[in-house]
Ligand binder design. Structure first.
Ligand SMILES: *[C@@H]1O[C@H](CO)[C@@H](O)[C@H](O)[C@H]1NC(C)=O
Ligand SMILES: *[C@@H]1O[C@H](CO)[C@@H](O)[C@H](O)[C@H]1NC(C)=O
Length: 389
């Protein structure tokens, strides 16, 4: 009796439509007990003790839906409510999705109409072990959607990849982000992933992904890619950068982001850019522990002529590094350890120089480590203005 009652109450409450959702016959059977229970227990207690939280939650605007299936008895059907959402985040609690491998053989045409009806534009999938075959089958299915941004986070991609598709059948993504994804297939992973995506990609972000050195040979050109973000790869280094900037594969590159990516000197980065023949307009080297002295091997490196904006903030610099581009429109040196204003002969020709958060602008503070809570450095840069790399 207790169990039936519990099921009935749970059913009623999880459907949030109150007692109306109870089947009539069941209700007739149960209502005396229900009434008793409702009278005996104050509602909040009833709710918190009897009803499991739903793994998925859709906001009131039907805009954002987030699922967390970390509970072992997770109810997958809870995900159906996300069909109305524009932004969907699904986290699998680290579980293995091998049990769904059978779905990889389903012909996506069978559910094409349903996928076409989805409103989702941004999708995040995380915290799961997923066979490569299932992952690529999902991309094929998403080819019918209007998905624009896809993020993979904390994924372990297992097994071998399926043969490449005869034609590109995946989504026309503008943004693809990977963070902490490992690939059993090794260095070919980016080329394999690329085969499923229509060539519309504008932004690619790869952080803490293994192997981070993807092989360039099988890679096709990214004709519209303007932003390459390799931030948060502290082990990348300048050699890894030279390998990752596959020559001629990123012809439209404008923004290169290398925050906290193990870069050592601006000239070392310059050499990597020159070797790969990439021509970014904006370069972000913030949060790298940069050494000011030029790398002798890279001395005399010619910076890309299009480069107009360079960020060297949070780089632990005590002086302006040598070998910077001769002319820039923006140079950001904020939140470093400059103890005096840079002399004009130390700086490139620059229209907009940002020096905020350096000790020399904060009279009385000689060592930023000792700066008080109210000092300007601390206010602008947070507790410690040194590199976090
Ligand atoms: C998912 O749920 C688990 C357990 O309830 C929790 O530890 C974890 O932080 C949740 N993850 C997110 C992203 O909310
Ligand atoms: C990276 O992802 C794995 C799952 O593949 C997870 O176990 C690990 O905790 C994640 N690491 C971080 C730093 O989030």
């Amino acid at each position: 009796m207790r169990l039936i009652l519990r099921d009935a109450v749970e059913e009623a409450l999880t459907h949030q439509a109150g007692l109306k959702t109870l089947q009539k016959s069941k209700f007739r059977e149960l209502w005396p007990c229900l009434l008793l229970l409702l009278l005996l227990l104050p509602p909040p207690l009833l709710c918190s003790s009897e009803v499991m939280p739903e793994p998925c939650e859709l906001d009131d605007e039907d805009y954002r839906c987030a699922c967390n299936f970390s509970d072992q008895q997770a109810d997958w059907s809870s995900g159906y409510q996300c069909m109305a959402a524009v932004e969907v985040e699904v986290r699998g609690g680290g579980r293995n999705l091998e049990e769904f491998l059978g779905l990889a053989d389903t012909d996506p045409k069978q559910y094409a109409d349903m996928v076409k009806a989805l409103r989702v534009r941004r999708l995040t999938v995380g915290a799961a072990r997923v066979p490569a075959r299932l992952l690529f089958a999902a991309l094929r299915g998403l080819g019918y959607s209007r998905l624009k941004e896809l993020t993979f986070e904390d994924l372990e991609v297992t097994g071998t990849s399926p043969p490449p598709p005869l034609e590109v059948t995946g989504p026309a993504l503008s943004t693809l982000r990977l963070r902490n994804v490992s690939w059993a297939t090794g260095g070919a992973w980016l080329a394999e992933l690329q085969q499923w995506l229509k060539p519309n990609l504008k932004e690619l972000a790869i952080a803490q992904t293994h192997p981070s050195a993807f092989s360039c040979e099988q890679l096709r050109t990214f004709p519209t890619l303007t932003t390459l973000d390799l931030s948060d790869n502290p082990a990348l280094g300048e050699r890894g950068l030279a390998a990752a900037l596959c020559r001629h594969k990123f012809p439209a590159l404008q923004d290169l982001r290398l925050r906290n990516a193990g870069m050592e000197t601006p000239t070392g980065v310059c050499a990597a850019l020159a070797a790969a023949a990439v021509q970014p307009h904006r370069l972000d080297l913030s949060q790298n522990a940069l050494r000011p002295t030029a790398n002798p091997r890279a001395a005399g490196c010619v910076w890309p002529s299009a480069l107009s904006s360079l960020s060297l903030s949070f780089a632990g610099l005590e002086q302006v590094p040598k070998g910077l581009p001769a002319k820039l429109s923006v140079l950001d040196l904020s939140c470093n350890l400059l103890n005096r204003a840079p002399r004009p002969d130390e700086l490139p020709q620059v229209e907009n120089l940002v020096l905020d958060g350096n000790p020399f602008l904060d009279p009385g503070v000689t060592n930023p480590q000792e700066s008080s809570q109210n000092s300007r450095v601390t206010r602008i840069c947070g507790r410690s203005p040194v590199a976090q790399g």
